[in-house]
Design a protein around this ligand. Structure first.
Ligand SMILES: *[C@@H]1O[C@H](CO)[C@@H](O)[C@H](O)[C@H]1NC(C)=O
Ligand SMILES: *[C@@H]1O[C@H](CO)[C@@H](O)[C@H](O)[C@H]1NC(C)=O
Ligand SMILES: CC(=O)N[C@H]1CO[C@H](CO)[C@@H](O)[C@@H]1O
Ligand SMILES: CC(=O)N[C@H]1CO[C@H](CO)[C@@H](O)[C@@H]1O
Length: 451
């Protein structure tokens, strides 16, 4: 494949996946590209709802376009988060291609490069039709990407709906992991459900991408990263994104000050992200563990703690704990008082914990969270899962004591300290993520010549 420089200003179209924590990192990448390519305009296509929550302010060179969300007239959300995703995926790519025409008409510029969430296998065909490079952003970890591109081979090895205990040691650097740790829909569950079908197609299409950008850094999961580099035309770690976004710190609940009153590495920080709330009996179990262990804790809690947590818990724990609806999470994790992070184990949680240098305890729910949990525990050794996979009083107490007050916990802290340095190094001048980003800029800013 050949590249040739062109002088005229460029137009890059960006197709976002408007669910979960996907659109924000894509916008983060686009803003970095926009800084590096000041004469390029970006059209950022997402649903109206996603656009209004993702775009903080009006941006000069990045223009949002709304695409249809696919929901039937009068649709009311019934509580199943997969339902709107299913509707949306039925409308793609038609709802996008229509708006791409609109973006071309409004900017008066043909499209020079297509950037999409990696979820969109159709990006390959759309880019081919436009005769432009396709850049895909993978927002999760390298290991999760690897199991999606190797899904067919994994199915051949372990079958469908077979034993959950079967080891995955036929995959490089996967010893200690088993079938149960894989995302649903790879070797068990409903393979034809919208998300598993989407990810399977993705795995087959991504080798056609001109480049894949990823929210990670070279030194994390090196063996798997090297395989991905062999499988793809260009696999570029350009993260961790949480080290390059310059969000202002809103600490309206005084969490940082509160943390400063605690001993170093003593506080349990709890947050299950913006999508998940553990079931009531697990919340109860976690509260009981916190009461009995008496570790100080800071809890970023979505919902009504008075209603959702055990009666009297707040009053009894007031001196030791703080429960707030929102925290500046990255700053919290960087605070020296935080000793462990309890979370759902999404990829962002892993990276935030690494950047904070804080060991983690994960209670995974879906997607790549189980894979992340077993990986931090069995492969990287700086985090833990819970016995039985869910929050029980005994299990939570055991994990908390192990991370906060044992020799093994200290070793976990040392290991994650090493990763923290490597993550920072990747984003220093001439660091690997910085150099990879320069390559990405080249890919995005030169016009592809058909060969
Ligand atoms: C596997 O199990 C799921 C239910 O968990 C079922 O929907 C699916 O049809 C099964 N697939 C096969 C091939 O047996
Ligand atoms: C290091 O970075 C600077 C500035 O980005 C660049 O000019 C230089 O070529 C880089 N050096 C190496 C060895 O990559
Ligand atoms: C920055 C920007 O233009 N954001 C828009 C996103 O979509 C919402 C709803 O359509 C608009 O109100 C915002 O102006
Ligand atoms: C507004 C819009 O573009 N809607 C289109 C979205 O895609 C579906 C199916 O591909 C079309 O039927 C809609 O017209």
């Amino acid at each position: 494949m050949e590249f040739q420089r062109e002088q005229a200003s460029k137009h890059i179209a960006v197709l976002a996946f408007p669910f979960g924590t996907h659109a924000a990192p894509l916008l983060n990448l686009v803003l970095r590209l926009s800084q590096a390519c000041p004469d390029t305009v970006f059209s950022f296509l997402s649903t109206k709802q996603s656009n209004s929550s993702t775009f903080p302010v009006k941006l000069d060179k990045v223009k949002p376009f709304n695409v249809w969300d696919g929901l039937p007239e009068g649709y009311r959300f019934g509580g199943n988060p997969h339902e709107p995703v299913g509707y949306f995926l039925k409308a793609v790519p038609g709802n996008f291609t229509k708006v791409l025409d609109k973006a071309v008409a409004e900017t008066g510029k043909r499209i020079d490069c297509l950037i999409t969430d990696a979820f969109y296998a159709f990006g390959a065909d759309v880019a081919d039709e436009l005769n432009v490079p396709w850049v895909a952003l993978w927002t999760a970890g390298p290991r999760a990407l690897f199991v999606h591109i190797d899904t067919d081979s994994i199915r051949r090895h372990v079958g469908i709906n077979g034993s959950q205990d079967k080891p995955l040691d036929f995959l490089p650097d996967f010893s200690g992991l088993c079938v149960a740790d894989l995302p649903d829909g790879i070797a068990s569950g409903d393979l034809d459900a919208p998300i598993p079908a989407l990810l399977h197609k993705m795995g087959q299409a991504l080798p056609r991408a001109t480049a894949i950008a990823a929210n990670s850094y070279e030194d994390l999961d090196n063996t798997v990263v090297n395989i991905l580099k062999q499988r793809f035309k260009l696999y570029l770690n350009v993260g961790p994104f949480n080290l390059v976004s310059s969000s202002t710190v809103d600490d309206s609940h005084g969490c940082l000050e509160w943390l400063s009153k605690n001993e170093p590495a003593s506080v349990v920080y709890i947050s299950f992200g913006s999508v998940i709330t553990p079931p009531p009996h697990e919340l109860q179990a976690l509260c009981e563990a916190l009461e009995e262990c008496e570790f100080p804790f800071l809890w970023s809690f979505r919902g009504n703690p008075e209603k959702d947590l055990p009666q009297g818990f707040l009053a009894r724990r007031r001196s030791k704990g703080k429960i707030v609806p929102w925290t500046p999470q990255q700053k919290i994790l960087e605070h020296p008082s935080v000793g462990v992070f309890i979370s759902h184990g999404g990829w962002n949680s892993v990276l935030e914990s690494i950047v904070g240098g804080v060991p983690m305890i994960f209670r995974p729910f879906f997607g790549d969270q189980g894979l992340n949990t077993r990986t931090v525990e069995a492969v990287w050794g700086f985090g833990l899962g819970l016995e039985g996979g869910t929050l029980t009083k005994e299990g939570a107490m055991k994990a908390l004591k192990l991370t906060l007050c044992s020799e093994q916990g200290k070793k976990m802290r040392d290991r994650i300290g090493v990763q923290k340095l490597l993550a920072y190094n990747a984003l220093k001048p001439n660091g690997s993520s910085v150099e990879n980003f320069k390559t990405l800029v080249k890919v995005a800013s030169v016009r592809l010549i058909a060969n």
